[in-house]
Design a protein around this ligand. Structure first.
Ligand SMILES: Cc1ncc(COP(=O)(O)O)c(C=O)c1O
Length: 469
Protein backbone atom coordinates (compact mmCIF):
# COMPACT_ATOMS: atom_id res chain seq x y z
CA UNK A 1 0.00 0.00 0.00
CA UNK A 2 1.27 3.49 -0.84
CA UNK A 3 2.72 5.30 2.15
CA UNK A 4 0.21 8.17 2.04
CA UNK A 5 -2.64 5.62 2.13
CA UNK A 6 -1.11 3.98 5.18
CA UNK A 7 -1.18 7.36 6.89
CA UNK A 8 -4.77 7.98 5.73
CA UNK A 9 -5.79 4.66 7.31
CA UNK A 10 -3.91 5.37 10.51
CA UNK A 11 -5.47 8.82 11.00
CA UNK A 12 -8.92 7.49 10.11
CA UNK A 13 -8.51 4.77 12.75
CA UNK A 14 -7.40 7.36 15.31
CA UNK A 15 -10.46 9.48 14.56
CA UNK A 16 -12.72 6.42 14.86
CA UNK A 17 -11.13 5.64 18.22
CA UNK A 18 -11.72 9.28 19.27
CA UNK A 19 -8.02 10.01 19.77
CA UNK A 20 -8.99 13.09 17.78
CA UNK A 21 -12.59 14.15 18.23
CA UNK A 22 -14.79 16.29 15.95
CA UNK A 23 -13.56 19.90 16.03
CA UNK A 24 -10.13 19.02 17.47
CA UNK A 25 -6.90 20.05 15.80
CA UNK A 26 -4.76 17.36 14.22
CA UNK A 27 -0.96 17.43 14.52
CA UNK A 28 0.48 20.03 12.14
CA UNK A 29 2.10 18.83 8.90
CA UNK A 30 5.52 19.32 10.42
CA UNK A 31 4.62 17.42 13.61
CA UNK A 32 3.09 14.63 11.55
CA UNK A 33 6.34 14.38 9.55
CA UNK A 34 8.31 13.75 12.72
CA UNK A 35 5.64 11.50 14.23
CA UNK A 36 5.24 9.28 11.17
CA UNK A 37 8.77 9.46 9.79
CA UNK A 38 7.25 10.15 6.35
CA UNK A 39 8.15 12.98 4.01
CA UNK A 40 6.32 16.32 3.98
CA UNK A 41 4.94 15.49 0.51
CA UNK A 42 3.50 12.17 1.72
CA UNK A 43 1.91 13.77 4.78
CA UNK A 44 0.40 16.58 2.70
CA UNK A 45 -0.98 14.06 0.26
CA UNK A 46 -2.59 12.04 3.09
CA UNK A 47 -4.17 15.17 4.62
CA UNK A 48 -5.55 16.21 1.23
CA UNK A 49 -7.13 12.79 0.73
CA UNK A 50 -8.75 12.96 4.19
CA UNK A 51 -9.98 16.46 3.40
CA UNK A 52 -11.44 15.40 0.05
CA UNK A 53 -13.36 12.66 1.90
CA UNK A 54 -14.80 15.22 4.33
CA UNK A 55 -13.09 13.55 7.29
CA UNK A 56 -10.94 16.56 8.13
CA UNK A 57 -11.14 20.25 7.25
CA UNK A 58 -8.37 22.82 6.81
CA UNK A 59 -8.60 26.25 8.36
CA UNK A 60 -6.39 28.92 6.76
CA UNK A 61 -3.40 29.86 8.93
CA UNK A 62 -4.52 27.45 11.61
CA UNK A 63 -4.15 23.88 10.38
CA UNK A 64 -6.21 20.75 9.96
CA UNK A 65 -9.18 19.82 12.16
CA UNK A 66 -11.39 16.77 12.48
CA UNK A 67 -14.63 17.62 10.64
CA UNK A 68 -17.61 18.21 12.90
CA UNK A 69 -20.16 15.44 12.90
CA UNK A 70 -23.37 16.30 11.11
CA UNK A 71 -25.53 14.90 13.86
CA UNK A 72 -25.11 13.68 17.35
CA UNK A 73 -24.82 9.93 17.31
CA UNK A 74 -26.60 8.55 20.30
CA UNK A 75 -27.58 4.94 19.83
CA UNK A 76 -31.18 4.71 18.69
CA UNK A 77 -32.94 2.18 20.81
CA UNK A 78 -35.14 -0.61 19.66
CA UNK A 79 -37.56 -2.60 21.69
CA UNK A 80 -35.25 -5.60 21.43
CA UNK A 81 -32.34 -3.74 22.99
CA UNK A 82 -34.44 -2.90 25.99
CA UNK A 83 -35.12 -6.56 26.60
CA UNK A 84 -31.48 -7.38 26.24
CA UNK A 85 -30.45 -4.62 28.64
CA UNK A 86 -32.92 -5.80 31.23
CA UNK A 87 -31.37 -9.21 31.30
CA UNK A 88 -27.73 -8.07 31.69
CA UNK A 89 -26.26 -7.95 35.16
CA UNK A 90 -26.90 -4.95 37.37
CA UNK A 91 -23.27 -3.73 37.36
CA UNK A 92 -23.07 -3.50 33.58
CA UNK A 93 -26.35 -1.62 33.50
CA UNK A 94 -25.29 0.82 36.25
CA UNK A 95 -22.04 1.42 34.41
CA UNK A 96 -23.99 2.27 31.24
CA UNK A 97 -26.28 4.70 33.09
CA UNK A 98 -23.31 6.46 34.73
CA UNK A 99 -21.41 6.63 31.43
CA UNK A 100 -24.41 8.19 29.68
CA UNK A 101 -24.46 10.99 32.29
CA UNK A 102 -20.90 11.95 31.33
CA UNK A 103 -22.02 13.06 27.90
CA UNK A 104 -22.17 16.89 27.93
CA UNK A 105 -25.04 16.82 25.44
CA UNK A 106 -27.16 14.68 27.73
CA UNK A 107 -29.86 16.30 29.89
CA UNK A 108 -28.62 15.03 33.27
CA UNK A 109 -31.83 14.03 35.06
CA UNK A 110 -30.17 10.68 35.82
CA UNK A 111 -26.94 12.11 37.20
CA UNK A 112 -25.87 11.47 40.81
CA UNK A 113 -23.92 14.74 40.94
CA UNK A 114 -24.97 18.33 41.44
CA UNK A 115 -24.14 20.94 38.82
CA UNK A 116 -20.38 21.59 39.37
CA UNK A 117 -21.00 25.29 38.57
CA UNK A 118 -22.38 25.50 42.10
CA UNK A 119 -18.98 24.70 43.61
CA UNK A 120 -16.40 27.39 44.55
CA UNK A 121 -13.95 26.40 41.85
CA UNK A 122 -11.80 29.54 42.08
CA UNK A 123 -11.23 29.30 45.83
CA UNK A 124 -10.50 25.60 45.60
CA UNK A 125 -7.95 26.16 42.85
CA UNK A 126 -6.38 28.94 44.93
CA UNK A 127 -6.05 26.52 47.83
CA UNK A 128 -4.53 23.87 45.57
CA UNK A 129 -2.14 26.43 44.14
CA UNK A 130 -1.00 27.61 47.56
CA UNK A 131 -0.48 24.05 48.68
CA UNK A 132 1.50 23.13 45.58
CA UNK A 133 4.03 25.90 46.39
CA UNK A 134 4.72 24.60 49.87
CA UNK A 135 4.51 20.85 49.21
CA UNK A 136 7.47 18.91 50.64
CA UNK A 137 8.58 15.31 50.02
CA UNK A 138 7.66 14.60 53.66
CA UNK A 139 4.00 15.42 52.98
CA UNK A 140 3.41 12.03 51.38
CA UNK A 141 4.46 10.38 54.68
CA UNK A 142 2.69 12.86 56.97
CA UNK A 143 -0.64 12.32 55.24
CA UNK A 144 -0.70 8.52 55.24
CA UNK A 145 -3.64 6.89 57.09
CA UNK A 146 -5.38 8.10 59.16
CA UNK A 147 -4.82 11.16 56.96
CA UNK A 148 -4.09 14.86 57.26
CA UNK A 149 -4.21 15.97 60.87
CA UNK A 150 -5.56 19.49 60.26
CA UNK A 151 -8.35 18.07 58.12
CA UNK A 152 -9.28 15.49 60.77
CA UNK A 153 -9.31 18.23 63.43
CA UNK A 154 -11.58 20.40 61.33
CA UNK A 155 -13.95 17.48 60.84
CA UNK A 156 -13.90 16.68 64.57
CA UNK A 157 -14.84 20.33 65.27
CA UNK A 158 -17.68 20.16 62.80
CA UNK A 159 -19.01 17.10 64.63
CA UNK A 160 -18.60 19.03 67.90
CA UNK A 161 -20.75 21.87 66.50
CA UNK A 162 -23.58 19.33 66.36
CA UNK A 163 -22.86 18.16 69.90
CA UNK A 164 -21.19 14.94 68.76
CA UNK A 165 -17.85 13.99 70.29
CA UNK A 166 -15.59 12.37 67.73
CA UNK A 167 -11.84 12.41 68.42
CA UNK A 168 -9.66 13.33 65.40
CA UNK A 169 -7.95 9.93 65.89
CA UNK A 170 -11.23 8.13 65.22
CA UNK A 171 -11.43 9.71 61.76
CA UNK A 172 -9.81 8.15 58.70
CA UNK A 173 -9.55 10.23 55.52
CA UNK A 174 -10.48 8.20 52.44
CA UNK A 175 -10.81 8.38 48.67
CA UNK A 176 -14.38 9.68 48.70
CA UNK A 177 -17.24 8.26 50.72
CA UNK A 178 -17.24 5.18 48.52
CA UNK A 179 -13.92 4.03 49.96
CA UNK A 180 -15.03 4.93 53.48
CA UNK A 181 -18.14 2.77 53.06
CA UNK A 182 -16.35 -0.18 51.43
CA UNK A 183 -13.56 -0.25 54.02
CA UNK A 184 -16.14 0.00 56.81
CA UNK A 185 -18.04 -2.96 55.41
CA UNK A 186 -14.84 -4.94 55.00
CA UNK A 187 -13.76 -4.09 58.55
CA UNK A 188 -16.84 -5.58 60.18
CA UNK A 189 -17.55 -8.61 57.97
CA UNK A 190 -16.02 -11.81 56.58
CA UNK A 191 -17.03 -13.27 53.19
CA UNK A 192 -20.35 -15.09 53.51
CA UNK A 193 -21.69 -12.84 56.30
CA UNK A 194 -25.14 -11.26 56.23
CA UNK A 195 -25.64 -7.52 55.77
CA UNK A 196 -28.88 -5.53 55.99
CA UNK A 197 -29.57 -2.86 53.38
CA UNK A 198 -32.54 -0.71 52.48
CA UNK A 199 -34.71 -1.45 49.50
CA UNK A 200 -34.31 0.60 47.36
CA UNK A 201 -30.74 1.49 48.18
CA UNK A 202 -27.74 3.31 46.73
CA UNK A 203 -26.32 0.91 44.11
CA UNK A 204 -22.81 1.33 45.60
CA UNK A 205 -24.01 -0.71 48.60
CA UNK A 206 -25.12 -3.60 46.38
CA UNK A 207 -21.85 -3.49 44.45
CA UNK A 208 -19.70 -3.47 47.62
CA UNK A 209 -21.68 -6.40 49.05
CA UNK A 210 -21.21 -8.36 45.85
CA UNK A 211 -17.50 -7.57 45.67
CA UNK A 212 -16.88 -8.66 49.28
CA UNK A 213 -18.90 -11.86 48.71
CA UNK A 214 -21.47 -11.02 51.38
CA UNK A 215 -25.16 -11.89 51.54
CA UNK A 216 -27.75 -9.12 51.67
CA UNK A 217 -31.12 -8.86 53.38
CA UNK A 218 -32.98 -5.96 51.78
CA UNK A 219 -35.69 -4.38 53.93
CA UNK A 220 -38.39 -2.31 52.27
CA UNK A 221 -38.47 1.41 53.08
CA UNK A 222 -41.46 3.68 53.52
CA UNK A 223 -41.10 6.70 51.18
CA UNK A 224 -41.55 9.14 54.09
CA UNK A 225 -40.21 7.28 57.12
CA UNK A 226 -37.60 4.83 55.83
CA UNK A 227 -37.03 1.34 57.17
CA UNK A 228 -39.63 -0.26 59.45
CA UNK A 229 -37.77 -1.02 62.69
CA UNK A 230 -40.07 -3.96 63.50
CA UNK A 231 -39.08 -5.59 60.26
CA UNK A 232 -35.46 -4.79 61.00
CA UNK A 233 -35.77 -6.45 64.40
CA UNK A 234 -37.31 -9.57 62.88
CA UNK A 235 -34.50 -9.76 60.34
CA UNK A 236 -31.92 -9.40 63.14
CA UNK A 237 -33.55 -12.30 64.97
CA UNK A 238 -33.73 -14.46 61.90
CA UNK A 239 -30.29 -14.03 60.34
CA UNK A 240 -26.81 -13.78 61.89
CA UNK A 241 -26.34 -10.23 60.61
CA UNK A 242 -22.96 -8.49 61.01
CA UNK A 243 -23.66 -5.04 59.59
CA UNK A 244 -26.44 -2.74 58.54
CA UNK A 245 -25.65 -0.22 55.76
CA UNK A 246 -28.14 2.59 55.37
CA UNK A 247 -28.72 6.31 54.94
CA UNK A 248 -30.35 8.37 57.66
CA UNK A 249 -30.50 11.77 55.93
CA UNK A 250 -31.78 12.54 52.41
CA UNK A 251 -31.71 8.90 51.43
CA UNK A 252 -30.60 8.10 47.90
CA UNK A 253 -32.76 7.45 45.85
CA UNK A 254 -36.02 8.02 47.81
CA UNK A 255 -35.14 11.23 49.70
CA UNK A 256 -36.52 10.60 53.22
CA UNK A 257 -34.73 11.70 56.42
CA UNK A 258 -35.23 9.57 59.51
CA UNK A 259 -36.64 11.33 62.55
CA UNK A 260 -34.36 11.93 65.52
CA UNK A 261 -36.28 9.34 67.57
CA UNK A 262 -35.96 6.76 64.85
CA UNK A 263 -32.22 7.30 64.52
CA UNK A 264 -31.82 6.80 68.26
CA UNK A 265 -34.01 3.67 68.27
CA UNK A 266 -32.09 2.30 65.29
CA UNK A 267 -28.72 2.70 67.00
CA UNK A 268 -30.04 1.10 70.20
CA UNK A 269 -31.58 -1.85 68.36
CA UNK A 270 -28.42 -2.57 66.40
CA UNK A 271 -26.23 -2.18 69.50
CA UNK A 272 -28.44 -4.68 71.33
CA UNK A 273 -27.79 -7.21 68.56
CA UNK A 274 -24.11 -6.23 68.31
CA UNK A 275 -24.49 -5.26 64.68
CA UNK A 276 -22.31 -2.46 63.27
CA UNK A 277 -24.12 0.45 61.60
CA UNK A 278 -22.46 1.74 58.45
CA UNK A 279 -24.07 5.14 58.06
CA UNK A 280 -23.85 6.69 54.60
CA UNK A 281 -24.36 10.42 55.14
CA UNK A 282 -23.08 12.03 51.93
CA UNK A 283 -26.03 14.40 51.55
CA UNK A 284 -26.10 15.60 55.16
CA UNK A 285 -25.09 19.18 54.23
CA UNK A 286 -27.93 19.49 51.73
CA UNK A 287 -30.80 20.04 54.15
CA UNK A 288 -33.41 22.77 53.64
CA UNK A 289 -34.66 23.54 57.14
CA UNK A 290 -33.02 25.71 59.79
CA UNK A 291 -30.96 22.97 61.43
CA UNK A 292 -28.68 20.33 60.09
CA UNK A 293 -30.24 16.93 60.85
CA UNK A 294 -28.19 14.80 63.22
CA UNK A 295 -26.59 11.60 62.02
CA UNK A 296 -27.36 8.34 63.86
CA UNK A 297 -23.73 8.60 65.00
CA UNK A 298 -24.95 11.20 67.53
CA UNK A 299 -26.60 8.36 69.49
CA UNK A 300 -23.67 5.96 69.37
CA UNK A 301 -22.54 4.97 72.85
CA UNK A 302 -20.44 1.93 71.92
CA UNK A 303 -18.35 3.18 69.00
CA UNK A 304 -20.20 0.78 66.69
CA UNK A 305 -21.51 3.37 64.22
CA UNK A 306 -19.19 4.03 61.27
CA UNK A 307 -20.24 7.41 59.96
CA UNK A 308 -19.14 7.91 56.33
CA UNK A 309 -19.28 11.10 54.30
CA UNK A 310 -17.35 13.20 51.81
CA UNK A 311 -17.00 16.57 50.13
CA UNK A 312 -18.08 15.14 46.75
CA UNK A 313 -21.71 16.27 46.83
CA UNK A 314 -21.34 19.67 48.41
CA UNK A 315 -17.91 21.12 47.62
CA UNK A 316 -15.83 19.28 45.06
CA UNK A 317 -16.36 15.91 43.40
CA UNK A 318 -13.02 15.63 41.65
CA UNK A 319 -10.74 15.80 44.71
CA UNK A 320 -12.12 12.42 45.82
CA UNK A 321 -11.81 13.14 49.52
CA UNK A 322 -14.11 11.60 52.10
CA UNK A 323 -13.84 10.17 55.58
CA UNK A 324 -15.17 7.74 58.10
CA UNK A 325 -15.65 8.48 61.79
CA UNK A 326 -15.01 4.85 62.55
CA UNK A 327 -15.34 4.55 66.33
CA UNK A 328 -13.55 1.46 67.55
CA UNK A 329 -12.87 0.27 63.98
CA UNK A 330 -10.55 3.21 63.18
CA UNK A 331 -7.31 1.20 63.51
CA UNK A 332 -8.61 -1.69 61.44
CA UNK A 333 -9.80 0.64 58.71
CA UNK A 334 -6.41 2.33 58.55
CA UNK A 335 -4.77 -1.05 58.08
CA UNK A 336 -7.23 -2.06 55.38
CA UNK A 337 -6.59 1.22 53.58
CA UNK A 338 -2.84 0.72 53.77
CA UNK A 339 -3.35 -2.70 52.15
CA UNK A 340 -5.58 -1.41 49.35
CA UNK A 341 -5.23 2.18 48.09
CA UNK A 342 -2.47 3.01 50.64
CA UNK A 343 -3.69 6.57 51.24
CA UNK A 344 -5.71 9.51 50.01
CA UNK A 345 -3.77 11.90 47.75
CA UNK A 346 -1.70 14.24 49.97
CA UNK A 347 -2.09 17.41 47.83
CA UNK A 348 -5.89 16.98 47.78
CA UNK A 349 -6.05 16.52 51.55
CA UNK A 350 -3.80 19.55 52.08
CA UNK A 351 -5.80 21.69 49.66
CA UNK A 352 -9.04 20.85 51.46
CA UNK A 353 -7.48 21.55 54.85
CA UNK A 354 -6.30 24.89 53.43
CA UNK A 355 -9.74 25.75 51.98
CA UNK A 356 -11.59 24.78 55.16
CA UNK A 357 -9.18 27.00 57.09
CA UNK A 358 -10.49 30.05 55.17
CA UNK A 359 -13.91 29.66 56.82
CA UNK A 360 -15.74 30.22 53.53
CA UNK A 361 -17.11 26.66 53.53
CA UNK A 362 -20.18 27.52 55.61
CA UNK A 363 -21.15 30.54 53.53
CA UNK A 364 -20.70 28.42 50.39
CA UNK A 365 -22.96 25.74 51.92
CA UNK A 366 -25.65 28.30 52.79
CA UNK A 367 -25.72 29.54 49.20
CA UNK A 368 -25.65 26.01 47.84
CA UNK A 369 -28.63 24.95 49.95
CA UNK A 370 -30.59 28.03 48.86
CA UNK A 371 -29.97 27.42 45.15
CA UNK A 372 -30.65 23.70 45.43
CA UNK A 373 -33.93 24.34 47.21
CA UNK A 374 -35.03 26.78 44.49
CA UNK A 375 -34.00 24.38 41.74
CA UNK A 376 -35.79 21.49 43.39
CA UNK A 377 -38.99 23.55 43.58
CA UNK A 378 -38.72 24.51 39.91
CA UNK A 379 -38.10 20.93 38.83
CA UNK A 380 -40.99 19.65 40.95
CA UNK A 381 -43.37 22.23 39.46
CA UNK A 382 -42.22 21.38 35.94
CA UNK A 383 -42.71 17.68 36.52
CA UNK A 384 -46.19 18.34 37.86
CA UNK A 385 -46.92 20.18 34.61
CA UNK A 386 -45.49 17.54 32.33
CA UNK A 387 -45.89 14.10 33.88
CA UNK A 388 -49.12 12.38 32.91
CA UNK A 389 -51.84 11.66 35.43
CA UNK A 390 -50.91 8.51 37.36
CA UNK A 391 -47.25 9.41 37.90
CA UNK A 392 -46.49 10.24 41.54
CA UNK A 393 -43.65 12.40 42.81
CA UNK A 394 -42.33 11.49 46.24
CA UNK A 395 -41.72 14.82 47.90
CA UNK A 396 -38.75 15.18 50.20
CA UNK A 397 -37.18 18.19 51.84
CA UNK A 398 -33.46 18.37 51.29
CA UNK A 399 -31.18 16.67 48.82
CA UNK A 400 -31.53 17.00 45.08
CA UNK A 401 -33.42 13.90 44.06
CA UNK A 402 -37.07 13.27 43.38
CA UNK A 403 -38.23 9.66 43.38
CA UNK A 404 -40.98 9.11 40.87
CA UNK A 405 -43.46 6.28 40.76
CA UNK A 406 -45.06 5.44 37.42
CA UNK A 407 -48.12 3.29 36.85
CA UNK A 408 -47.27 -0.43 37.13
CA UNK A 409 -47.31 -1.09 33.40
CA UNK A 410 -44.58 1.49 32.68
CA UNK A 411 -41.15 -0.06 32.86
CA UNK A 412 -38.63 2.64 33.82
CA UNK A 413 -35.72 0.75 32.25
CA UNK A 414 -37.53 0.86 28.92
CA UNK A 415 -38.27 4.51 29.56
CA UNK A 416 -34.55 5.05 30.25
CA UNK A 417 -33.62 3.70 26.80
CA UNK A 418 -36.35 5.63 25.05
CA UNK A 419 -35.35 8.87 26.81
CA UNK A 420 -31.69 8.24 26.01
CA UNK A 421 -32.53 8.31 22.30
CA UNK A 422 -33.64 11.92 22.93
CA UNK A 423 -30.46 12.75 24.90
CA UNK A 424 -32.27 12.63 28.23
CA UNK A 425 -30.91 10.51 31.07
CA UNK A 426 -32.88 9.23 34.05
CA UNK A 427 -31.84 6.78 36.79
CA UNK A 428 -34.27 3.84 36.59
CA UNK A 429 -35.42 2.11 39.77
CA UNK A 430 -33.80 -1.19 38.76
CA UNK A 431 -30.39 0.37 39.58
CA UNK A 432 -31.32 0.60 43.24
CA UNK A 433 -32.58 -2.88 43.95
CA UNK A 434 -31.60 -6.43 43.19
CA UNK A 435 -35.28 -7.34 42.77
CA UNK A 436 -37.96 -6.05 40.42
CA UNK A 437 -40.08 -4.09 42.95
CA UNK A 438 -38.92 -0.72 41.64
CA UNK A 439 -39.13 -1.47 37.92
CA UNK A 440 -41.73 1.32 37.54
CA UNK A 441 -39.78 4.01 39.46
CA UNK A 442 -37.01 6.40 38.53
CA UNK A 443 -34.80 8.95 40.27
CA UNK A 444 -34.73 12.51 38.95
CA UNK A 445 -31.83 14.91 39.65
CA UNK A 446 -32.98 18.49 40.34
CA UNK A 447 -29.58 20.09 40.95
CA UNK A 448 -29.05 21.63 37.51
CA UNK A 449 -30.14 25.11 36.37
CA UNK A 450 -33.70 24.94 35.07
CA UNK A 451 -33.70 26.41 31.55
CA UNK A 452 -35.64 25.99 28.30
CA UNK A 453 -33.73 22.82 27.40
CA UNK A 454 -34.61 21.25 30.76
CA UNK A 455 -38.24 22.31 30.39
CA UNK A 456 -38.40 20.80 26.89
CA UNK A 457 -36.74 17.61 28.15
CA UNK A 458 -39.24 17.31 31.03
CA UNK A 459 -42.09 17.74 28.52
CA UNK A 460 -40.55 15.09 26.24
CA UNK A 461 -40.14 12.70 29.19
CA UNK A 462 -43.77 13.23 30.13
CA UNK A 463 -44.76 12.47 26.54
CA UNK A 464 -42.73 9.26 26.48
CA UNK A 465 -44.34 8.10 29.73
CA UNK A 466 -47.81 8.88 28.39
CA UNK A 467 -47.05 6.79 25.26
CA UNK A 468 -46.05 3.85 27.46
CA UNK A 469 -49.14 3.94 29.65
C1 LIG B 1 -25.61 7.64 48.59
C2 LIG B 1 -24.21 7.77 48.12
N1 LIG B 1 -23.22 7.31 48.89
C3 LIG B 1 -21.94 7.41 48.50
C4 LIG B 1 -21.59 7.96 47.30
C5 LIG B 1 -20.15 8.04 46.91
O1 LIG B 1 -19.61 9.27 47.29
P1 LIG B 1 -18.14 9.72 46.87
O2 LIG B 1 -18.25 10.33 45.51
O3 LIG B 1 -17.70 10.69 47.91
O4 LIG B 1 -17.28 8.48 46.87
C6 LIG B 1 -22.61 8.45 46.46
C7 LIG B 1 -22.28 9.01 45.14
O5 LIG B 1 -23.09 9.04 44.23
C8 LIG B 1 -23.94 8.36 46.89
O6 LIG B 1 -24.96 8.82 46.15
Amino acid sequence: MAKYLQLVERIQAQIDAEVWQPGEKLPSLRDQVSLSGMSLMTVMHAYQVLESQGIIVSRPQSGYYVAPRAEYLSQPVTHQKVQLAESVDINAFIFDVLQACRDPLMIPFGSAFPDPELFPQRQLMRALNQVSHSLTPGDAINNLPPGNEALRKTLARRYAQQGITVAPDEIVITNGAMEALSLSLQAVTEPGDWVIVENPTFYGALQAIERLKLKAVAIATDPQHGMDLNELEQALQRWPVKACWLMTNQQNPVGFTLSREKKKALVELLAEHQVALIEDDVYSEIYFGADKPLPAKAFDRQGSVLHCSSFSKNLVAGFRVGWVAAGRQAQRIQRLQLMSTLATSAPMQLALANYLGTRSYDSHLRRLRQVLEQRKNLARQALKRHLPHGAKINDSRGGYFLWIELPRQVNATQLYYRALAHNISIAPGSMFSSGQQYANYFRFNTAWAWDDAMEAAAARLGGLIAEMM
